[in-house]
Design a protein around this ligand. Structure first.
Ligand code: SAM
Length: 291
């Protein structure tokens, strides 16, 4: 079996199986060996690693992963790709193919079964239509994770890394930075894929933190406050929180809490960092009178 990762081999295998790209699965296959090398390098895979690959496609990146890792599990949703993967990955004995939707997998059970509960590495050229749900599900699962190295839409990579006060900064920046330290590894133009996506892409590695960078009593409340603040970006922090359907604090409670953490109620949410949102959540999760 020839090594994939170039246009000729990709076209050949697609024709052999009469495979047609399915837009609904976000299928844009990598056809550039330099980009593949960059992803593998960014992911820092060693012979000790168990790698979970999301969406292997025809197995292009999977081949590269198999050559470096101890073991690879590749989860692919499209049934039509399974026989192709069985052929393209046949030279490797350290890979398993799982036909299914990554959002329906129990990642903890995967880490337990394949890596004795030790930290796993996730590597993927993600389907762009569900990038954020996939990343958030993995981060929130609290599964032992070393890193997540993913190809995503360039704007999404920028949002993950963004700092307070910038236009890219938002709920995704805070959510990602609560669990991980992002590192942008490469920008990737559309011509490295087949078919070409109509957006630029980037490879980002999220180094997962063994403990969260801030102390917050009620994580769920903090994330509800974050969502409320960015749902209505043009509104003040006070109005964002008061108008949120997910929260039920009185205006007095909100103003008091914002002032107690040393901020002005007229500040915009986009100016606050994780530390401020945590402080605000801690303030608002104080037991109320009579509770
Ligand atoms: N890894 C391949 C590559 O780099 O050439 C393919 C990447 S393509 C951007 C995304 C892949 O994810 C496709 O193979 C698609 O069928 C698969 N996929 C889409 N949604 C999925 C899901 N919910 N669970 C698992 N795989 C999915």
């Amino acid at each position: 079996m020839a090594k994939l990762g170039n246009p000729q081999e990709t076209i050949q295998i697609l024709q052999k199986y009469d495979f047609h790209f399915r837009k609904k699965f976000g299928q844009n296959f990598l056809i550039d060996p330099h980009v593949l090398d960059k992803i593998i390098e960014a992911a820092q895979i060693t012979g000790e690693d168990f790698v979970l690959e999301i969406g292997p496609g025809i197995g292009t990146m999977t081949q590269y992963l198999c050559e470096r890792a101890k073991k690879v599990l590749a989860v692919e949703i499209d049934a039509k790709l399974i026989p192709i993967l069985q052929e393209t990955l046949s030279p490797y004995d350290n890979v398993e193919i799982l036909h299914g939707d990554i959002l329906k997998q129990n990642i903890q059970a995967i880490a337990d079964k394949y890596n004795d509960g030790n930290p796993i590495k996730v590597v993927a050229n993600l389907p762009y239509y569900i990038t954020t749900p996939i990343i958030m599900q993995i981060l929130e699962s609290r599964v032992p994770l070393a890193s997540i190295t993913v190809m995503v839409q360039k704007e999404v990579a920028e949002r993950m890394q963004a700092q307070p006060g910038t236009k890219e900064y938002g709920a995704l920046s805070l959510a990602v930075q609560y669990y991980a330290r992002p590192y942008l590894a490469a920008n990737v133009p559309p011509n490295c894929f087949m078919p070409r996506p109509n957006v630029g892409s980037a490879v980002i590695r999220l180094d997962c933190l063994s403990r969260t960078p801030i102390d917050v009593r009620d994580e769920h409340l903090m994330f509800r406050l974050i969502r409320a603040s960015f749902n209505q970006r043009r509104k003040t922090l006070q109005n964002g929180i008061c108008n949120s359907a997910e929260l039920s604090f009185s205006k007095e409670e909100v103003v008091k809490a914002i002032e107690s953490v040393g901020l002005s109620p007229s500040i915009r949410g986009e100016k606050l960092g994780l530390k401020e949102f945590a402080a605000l959540a801690n303030e608002l999760s104080e037991p109320r009178m009579g509770e």
